[in-house]
Design a protein around this ligand. Structure first.
Ligand code: DQA
Length: 144
């Protein structure tokens, strides 16, 4: 099973952001864990991160007809990028939205997601483990 994991804007500096909110883990550490969880679940994982919205959109297109599942954490784009919603609308494979922090319990503007109604699942506030939950969800869904 091929799963693309797309992390968006500012996630490359995860370990420099508020540790109380984001846990102090670095992106390479996070990706290492995701690759390990993926291999335990028998998945072929491709993790990517960008600060450029157009690249993120290209990678959504790249998942078309190839990925069996997509995990996205678009960072702040989650709250306003209709371009990313339009790109993900094309993806037939199930999509899981992940946020390290509990976006539902932070500032008002973070409570809105452009991906609402589009994703098969949403995992928030579980830190890096949220990605493991997302992977397990996609694997279970593919098997059922
Ligand atoms: C985030 C939450 C977003 O609101 C924020 O802009 C981020 C990270 C998260 O993983 O908790 O950059 O997506």
């Amino acid at each position: 099973m091929r799963i693309d994991v797309l992390n968006g804007v500012n996630l490359n500096v995860l370990d420099r952001r508020d540790p109380g909110t984001y846990g102090g883990v670095s992106l390479p550490e996070l990706e290492t864990r995701i690759y390990e969880w993926g291999s335990q679940l028998g998945c072929s994982i491709r993790c990517r991160q960008t600060n450029h919205e157009g690249d993120f959109v290209d990678w959504c297109h790249d998942a078309l007809g190839r990925a069996d599942g997509v995990i996205v954490n678009p960072g702040a784009w989650t709250h306003y990028s209709w371009a990313i919603r339009d790109a993900l609308e094309l993806v037939e494979a199930p999509i899981v939205e992940v946020h390290l922090s509990n976006v539902d319990d932070r500032e008002e503007w973070r409570r809105h997601s452009v991906l609402e109604g589009l994703t098969a699942a949403r995992v928030v506030g579980k830190g890096p483990d949220g990605y493991r939950e997302a992977l397990a969800f996609l694997v279970e869904r593919a098997g059922s």
